[in-house]
Design a protein around this ligand. Structure first.
Ligand code: FAD
Ligand code: SF4
Length: 415
């Protein structure tokens, strides 16, 4: 595989603003009195305030405004569905086009990193109370940051070697480079949060903590109930993306990705950028019905990835390893066979059973929580509760749970 292709997989596809273009974009902001952009963010980010700071060349102030509400401001600047949130609400939509709020947020956080700005400060006085956050994804990181800012002792546990959850092991680096995730995590560490990584958590590990937060996400892989899914070369999406991020090397020459969401596109783009000769997406409905972002599908098409619709997987064929995949048409009559050496099923993930804490579970094995509270000293948020939404919603859930944890500890008199 050529170095050019490799570089493409690990480098960000959307270019950054320069100082000049950032200032020009900030100057387009109408400084709206009611700032509708600032009402649309689940994590409570205030774009009107940070754009105003950028406009007056106070970039540190801008970064502080972002971090104050969202410790994962760098990652969210890349992966948030802005078009459905703050940018959709922007008053300039009625004039020409919305302010590029996401790219301005990215600019402010890039400047924070470049000039080593200290935008979050750990409290001088620590409390005695301790909280364990299980899972080092966005929900736990946000929960831990809120608690640490209030002086609590927080330890994050994760069975993986690196923190970040899906940010580190799922999303393609072309959309979210690892150094951006690492810089966000460094802010959480800077608040005094401890990390215990690479270790499966047991109930006994958590006994000494006053409260437990469960932010374990959705990691049970899903494969369709068809013949041949035990063959070598069959992957669930999250395993494929994780292996690709670790290996950064070819992940199949002829790859078929089954699904119609953003994760499907992430898998197909990963395969292509890591050197696959032929990549095809196959979806069981029409593109109009697909849950994935149309811009991402267009990006996939621009890379030469083919998209076939109205075809559902029927069988994976091969002896020992994958050789082809068979599909049946939505009309019940048509059929399609695609030669491939790798097939990735991006058809969602499920919840694993939580065995390290006492939780109540409901439909699909998800943890039941009310404003982050589960029962007793156990709290939860993020994908394991909402069934899989967005990073910013996991951040919002983690923050909400932190408020409930603090109220619980105060009521118990644990300080
Ligand atoms: C491929 C992919 C692409 C996505 N793209 C986007 C996007 O572009 N924009 C967006 O907003 N959202 C996106 N999402 C959704 C988003 O990533 C999730 O909603 C978000 O990461 C949920 O955060 P979380 O903290 O709840 O869980 P996770 O990020 O899943 O983190 C959970 C962590 O818990 C750990 N864990 C699990 N069980 C245990 C255990 N027993 N002991 C210890 N640790 C454990 C895991 O290792 C993991 O690190 C994407 C999701 C996927 C899978
Ligand atoms: S809504 Fe748009 S124009 Fe108004 S303050 Fe927010 S970003 Fe600026």
């Amino acid at each position: 595989m050529s170095k050019v292709v490799k570089a493409k997989y690990t480098s960000e596809a959307v270019p950054a603003f320069t100082h000049r273009t950032a200032m020009e974009e900030a100057a387009r902001c109408l400084l709206c009195h009611d700032a509708p952009c600032s009402q649309g963010c689940p994590a409570g980010t205030n774009p009107a305030k940070f754009i105003r700071s950028i406009r007056f060349r106070n970039v540190k102030g801008a970064a502080e405004t972002i971090r104050e509400n969202n410790v994962l401001g760098g990652s969210c600047a890349r992966v948030c569905p802005y078009d459905r949130l703050c940018e959709e609400a922007c008053s300039r939509c009625g004039i020409d086009k919305p302010i590029e709020i996401g790219r301005l947020q990215r600019y402010a956080i890039e400047q924070e990193k470049l000039f080593n700005m200290k935008t979050l400060v750990a409290p001088a006085k620590k409390l005695n109370a301790s909280v364990a956050c299980v899972g080092a994804g966005p929900a736990s990181l946000a929960c831990a940051a809120e608690l640490a800012k209030a002086g609590y002792n927080v330890t994050i546990f994760d069975r993986e070697k690196k923190a970040g959850g899906v940010l580190t092991y799922g999303i393609v680096p072309t959309r979210l480079p690892q150094d951006v995730v690492d810089h966000d995590i460094a802010q959480v560490e800077g608040l005094g949060v401890k990390f215990v990584l690479g270790k499966e958590v047991k109930k006994a590990d958590l006994d000494a903590f006053d409260a437990i937060f469960v932010g374990t996400g959705l990691w049970a892989k899903k494969l369709p109930d068809i013949k041949g899914t035990d063959l070598k070369g069959v992957y669930a999406a999250i395993d494929y993306l994780k292996e690709a991020r670790e290996k950064k090397a070819e992940m199949g020459k002829k790859v078929v990705v089954v699904g119609g969401g953003d994760v499907t596109v992430d898998c197909a783009v990963t395969a292509k950028l890591l050197g696959a000769e032929d990549v095809k997406i196959v979806y069981r409905r029409t593109l109009e019905e697909a849950p994935g972002n149309m811009t991402e599908f267009q990006y996939a098409l621009s890379l030469g990835i083919g998209i076939t619709t109205n075809m559902a997987p029927a069988e994976v064929v091969g002896s020992g390893k994958v050789e082809a995949a068979k599909f049946t048409g939505r009309d019940g009559k048509s059929a399609l066979t695609l030669d491939c050496d790798t097939i990735v099923f991006a058809i969602g993930q499920g919840a694993e059973t939580v065995d390290f804490a006492d939780v109540a579970t409901g439909e699909k094995n998800l943890v039941k929580a009310e404003a982050g509270a589960v029962k007793g000293n156990v709290f939860a948020a993020g994908d394991i509760v909402n069934g899989g939404k967005t990073v910013v919603e996991a951040v919002a859930g983690g923050k909400e749970a932190a408020v409930s944890i603090m109220a619980y500890l105060e009521k118990k008199g644990v300080k």
